[in-house]
Design a protein around this ligand. Structure first.
Ligand SMILES: [Zn+2]
Length: 62
């Protein structure tokens, strides 16, 4: 399993910590979505998260 850096289109999502523009992070091997990359935050206090990735561990298969 690998994660590549390709990004799909970002989409706005409301998370517990606020609204963010998130881009899907696809698995490099099979293309299934394995996480999200923070593209931008609506709240500047959350802006430091831009560029970081959230992996959805339950979807990751070895
Ligand atoms: Zn995969």
């Amino acid at each position: 399993m690998g994660v590549n850096t390709a990004r799909g289109e970002s989409q706005e999502r409301a998370l517990l910590t606020g609204r963010f523009a998130l881009a899907e992070v696809p698995c490099a091997a099979c293309g299934s979505v394995v996480g999200w990359n923070y593209v931008a935050a609506a709240d500047e206090r959350q802006a430091y998260k831009a560029g970081t990735t959230i992996l959805e561990a339950p979807r990751i298969r070895q």
